[in-house]
Design a protein. Structure first.
Length: 409
């Protein structure tokens, strides 16, 4: 490029829905956008070359997942604009202009261009793949099929609101135990690294030859942790990195999610939360008019826990072959009997979507109850454990002093 231009690396969307990577020169980003507009292309991502290095300007390469709170606000506003009678294209343009998050704004601009070219709204959002929940495009598709797009968007808003509230409750419940564990680890680290070495020097100055066994063990552990701190820290970081890489693979995630479900107290909570999310998404799709089998396929994909998802997947072909939903779910071994009975009643009365919503609420209440019980237990247990460890450390450092005083007397 000339001194008056800059080199950009960008991702652009083509009129036929494809995304490609290009290198272009332009005086600035605005000029580049104008050039792409003239060619009928949409700018999805951009990086600018500066001093031989690529620096992200406002968008990393490739679409990322839209945060659920951002998606909730967007759909709330979209439902309000559609209810007010605003045309869909105008509503999308208005919401894209108001969107502050650059990633999401670029996606909305691309969605509007695709809808303007004649593509359905559900297909336009579906082209972004994992950037949006699978449930979203499917819900929009059902709304387009029935002509009730606004009602479907409002139903999806209720689904997102309930999902976020459930996640917020679990996160809030785990804040205090996490803080307590962090403070305990920090306190034990300070005692091991700073307090115990000073006592070790004190023992040498007193010329104490024979130390109690507990003291010798404590000082040996403290010395090992101090001397090998860098090695242990590097091993911990490498272990976490390797575990995360392995957990990103299908077999690794399956094993780790299974282990999470076996964690005392928390495992049951994670299990019930996954089932709540599954039932809520299934109820939302059925209420939007989607047939049962496609709704099952989408709801199963939306389950976050890989092990539960693998157990639910065999229920789809069974329902496709004519088996009742409650029977197919019962054969998975992951759905409680009471929930199966409620599903059976919903099938018999023709109100399956409403009954699935009730099942989801039942699981939400169970999650909240179990979390409260967990919190009532974790505090005294942590205090006992940490207090016991500190008591052992204090006893180990003061025993030689008491022993020396006894010998003097």
């Amino acid at each position: 490029p000339s001194p008056l231009t800059m080199e950009f690396v960008c991702h652009v969307g083509t009129p036929d829905g494809r995304v490609r990577r290009e290198s272009r020169s332009a005086p600035d980003e605005r000029a580049l956008r104008a050039e792409l507009d003239r060619e009928g292309l949409s700018l999805l991502g951009i990086e600018r070359a500066r001093s031989g290095r690529l620096r992200p300007v406002w968008l990393t390469l490739g679409p990322r997942r839209v945060k659920l709170p951002e998606l909730l606000v967007f759909n709330q506003e979209l439902a309000a604009l559609l209810k007010a009678g605003l045309p869909l294209l105008q509503a999308l343009q208005l919401l894209a202009d108001r969107q502050r998050e650059p990633h999401f704004r670029a996606m909305l601009e691309q969605v509007r261009e695709r809808v303007k070219s004649g593509v359905e709204l559900s297909e336009a959002f579906g082209e972004f793949g994992d950037a949006f929940p699978p449930l979203y495009a499917s819900s929009l598709k059902a709304g387009e099929r029935t002509g009730e797009l606004e009602q479907v968007v409002r139903r999806f808003v209720r689904y997102l609101r309930l999902l976020l509230e459930s996640r917020k409750k679990i996160f809030s419940a785990l804040v205090y135990p996490t803080f307590l564990i962090g403070v305990s680890v920090a306190l034990l680290t300070v005692m091991t690294v700073f307090v115990l070495p000073s006592f070790e020097k004190f023992y040498r100055d007193m010329d104490l030859q024979e130390l109690p066994r507990l003291t010798r063990i404590t000082l040996a552990v403290s010395g090992f942790l101090r001397d090998q701190f860098l090695l242990l820290a590097a091993a911990a970081v490498a272990g976490v990195f390797a575990l995360r890489r392995w957990g990103a693979t299908s077999p690794g995630r399956l094993v780790l999610d299974r282990l999470r479900l076996r964690t005392p107290f928390i495992g049951v909570v994670l299990h019930r939360f996954a089932l709540s999310e599954y039932c809520r998404s299934l109820a939302t799709l059925l209420a939007g008019g989607l047939p049962l089998v496609p709704a099952l396929e989408i709801s199963t994909r939306s389950v976050g826990n890989a092990w539960i998802r693998s157990r639910l997947e065999p229920s789809i072909p069974r329902v496709r072959e004519g088996q009742a939903l409650h029977t197919a779910l019962g054969e998975t071994g992951v759905v409680p009997a009471l929930a199966l009975d409620m599903v059976e009643v919903g099938e018999a009365t023709g109100s399956l979507d409403q009954m699935l919503s009730n099942v989801s609420e039942f699981f939400d209440e169970e999650v909240e109850t179990r979390m409260q019980r967990f919190l009532s237990l974790i505090e005294p247990v942590m205090l006992i454990v940490v207090g016991g460890v500190i008591a052992i450390l204090l006893a180990s450092v003061y025993l030689p002093i008491f022993s020396a005083l006894g010998q003097v007397k």
